[in-house]
Design a protein around this ligand. Structure first.
Ligand SMILES: [Fe+2]
Length: 190
């Protein structure tokens, strides 16, 4: 079974939002693809985001924690699989190893499952839903994304069942209708 096709992005939690955005733009010559008061996506190549920043001063304003690794620093690392088939096969392989995700969500931009390693480090295994970075950029700046930037919860068991029964991969990639997913507490952003 193939490994991820690439390491896609790193998401940081910060209470120095503007400074961090400035630093990554200077150091990596990255450009901002999307930004609101709570989240920003930056890239330096044809990936739709190489970095994302979560502004913890907005997301958890009551905490005065500025330097604890649990509240600032890496939130998760994202790995891309080259197809939904590979992502679903991986989900099933891990399930047989008793390794289960803590969040299953269709972000619009990506279909994603999140895991934690034994130390609690988070990672996202994803497949791209947009054909290319340009399409992703358009999506990030759409009303749909503004209305629900987190996405909709999905069931990988159900996706796997549909995949095994022959539903087209393209169909499986479509974001389902539904309420905005809530971010699980274990994800560390809320
Ligand atoms: Fe991510």
């Amino acid at each position: 079974m193939p490994p991820p096709s690439k390491l896609a992005h790193v998401v940081y939690m910060t209470r120095r939002y503007e400074q961090m955005l400035d630093w990554y733009q200077k150091v990596f010559q990255a450009t901002v693809q999307y930004q609101n008061s709570a989240f920003a996506f930056l890239t330096y190549d044809d990936e739709h985001h190489r970095f994302a920043f979560a502004n913890m001063s907005v997301l958890t304003p009551d905490s005065m924690d500025t330097d604890s690794i649990a509240k600032v620093g890496v939130n998760h690392v994202g790995y891309t699989y080259s197809s939904i088939a590979e992502l679903l096969d991986t989900y099933e392989r891990l399930k047989h190893l008793d390794i289960t995700p803590y969040w299953q969500v269709h972000h619009g931009l990506t279909l994603s499952i999140y895991y934690r390693d034994p130390d609690g480090n988070r990672m996202e295994f994803q497949v791209d839903c947009c054909a290319n970075a340009e399409e992703a950029h358009v999506y990030m700046n759409s009303d749909v994304f503004a209305g629900n930037p987190v996405g909709v919860e999905v069931s990988f068991d159900s996706l796997l069942e549909k995949y095994r029964s022959g539903v087209q991969l393209k169909t499986l990639l479509v974001q389902p209708e539904g309420a905005a997913a809530s971010i699980p507490a274990i994800h560390g952003l809320t």
